[in-house]
Design a protein around this ligand. Structure first.
Ligand code: ADP
Ligand code: MN
Ligand code: MN
Ligand code: MN
Length: 337
């Protein structure tokens, strides 16, 4: 029997890239090779020169279709030269990972997201009073008043496990209809490959439920939490001693560094990093033990054990993880080299 490969890629939508996919039928024994698409329909090429190249970089079983079918995550290359397309941030991420491989960087990404139906967060009143009861009972809540979309979350988690992705947990978030899953700890490139593939499965499974999953950083204005992608990070030295933990925190606060990192931390960070809702204001850089109002948090167990990892709380839910893991790898590993 032939089998199906779902080719998945990251498009050129601005300000935040979207995912695209299409299906290729492969013969028995045939492996997924390079393929192409119409870049003029994805904001990646002009109509007069529209071909873009899909280069497979990561593959896993397709838990939605099952059987021999697979998912094939691709990077986008230019036709002819096969150089990375301007929307392809993976290539630079691979280079950073290779440069600092001896420090064995590991990342854990906390992907927050919000389910939407009929233009409103899932579970919010769809007639009469627009807002649900204020935030408080929803985070890690249980029960029909506190929770919406758990069936989708469970199906997504199962699918990630079946695909062999490094999903490490899930929880309901502070705003009704908002959830989180964590991926990692995995290497600089690997964690981003797994996160993009897990996002694909989330969108695809939510679609079957007639629901959209949004990674917007501030889906509802006002006194409602935004959505982040807290980025947990360690190197072999940080996993051994506290001096390296402090060195990483200091490196992230170096001259001009916070500004440069924020440029890659996702569209609309100013709306989310207000200093309220468990964030530090984007204009300040601060790190601290257990401090969820800091830019970078040192978890209390890490202070206790004098080794472990740090959490950069600033990245938005809508990041390209290849950009964020590259920036943190470059900044922290260069300082500790
Ligand atoms: P929070 O308390 O911030 O909600 P979570 O449990 O959601 O924390 O996420 C913690 C993340 O840290 C997980 O993704 C986990 O894989 C990751 N993590 C744990 N140890 C390390 C480590 N040594 N290096 C990098 N990431 C790590
Ligand atoms: Mn978390
Ligand atoms: Mn969270
Ligand atoms: Mn966190």
């Amino acid at each position: 029997m032939p089998y199906r490969a779902e080719y998945i890629w990251i498009d050129g939508t601005e300000p935040t890239a979207q995912m695209r996919s299409k299906t290729k039928i492969l013969a028995v024994g045939e492996s997924p090779g390079i393929w192409g698409f119409d870049g003029s329909s994805t904001n990646q090429a002009p109509g007069s020169n529209s071909d873009c190249v899909l280069n497979p970089v990561f593959q896993c079983p397709d838990p939605i279709r099952g059987g021999d079918d697979i998912l094939v995550l691709c990077e986008v290359l230019l036709p002819g030269t096969l150089e990375p397309h301007v929307t392809n941030h993976r290539a630079a991420c691979v280079a950073a990972a290779e440069t600092y491989a001896d420090q064995e960087p590991l990342f854990g990404l906390e992907q927050e997201y919000t389910f939407f139906k009929h233009g409103r967060p899932l579970g919010w009143p769809d007639s009469g009073v627009y807002y649900p009861a204020p935030q408080g009972p929803y985070y890690c809540g249980i029960g029909a008043t506190e929770i919406s979309g758990r069936d989708i979350v469970e199906a997504h988690t199962t699918a990630c496990m079946q695909a062999g992705l490094g999903i490490s947990g899930t929880n309901a978030e502070v705003m009704l209809g908002q959830w989180e899953f964590q991926v990692g700890p995995l290497g600089t490139v690997e964690v981003a490959d797994h996160l993009w593939t897990a996002r694909y499965l989330l969108y695809r499974i939510a679609e079957d439920h007639g629901v959209d999953a949004s990674i917007s950083a501030k889906p509802i204005k006002g006194d409602w939490n935004g959505a982040g992608c807290h980025t947990n990070f360690s190197t072999n030295k940080m996993r051994e001693n506290y001096d390296a933990i402090i060195a990483a925190c200091e490196a992230l606060g170096g001259e001009g560094v916070p500004e440069r990192h924020l440029e890659g931390y996702g569209h609309g960070y100013e709306e989310r990093l207000t200093g309220l809702h468990e964030t530090a204001h984007f204009s300040e850089y601060r790190y601290g033990v257990s401090d969820r109002g800091a830019s970078v948090r040192i978890p209390w167990q890490v202070a206790q054990e004098q080794k472990g990892y740090i959490e950069d709380r600033r990245p938005n839910a809508n990041i390209d993880p290849y950009v964020v893991t590259r920036l943190i790898t470059e900044t922290c590993c260069a300082a500790m080299a």
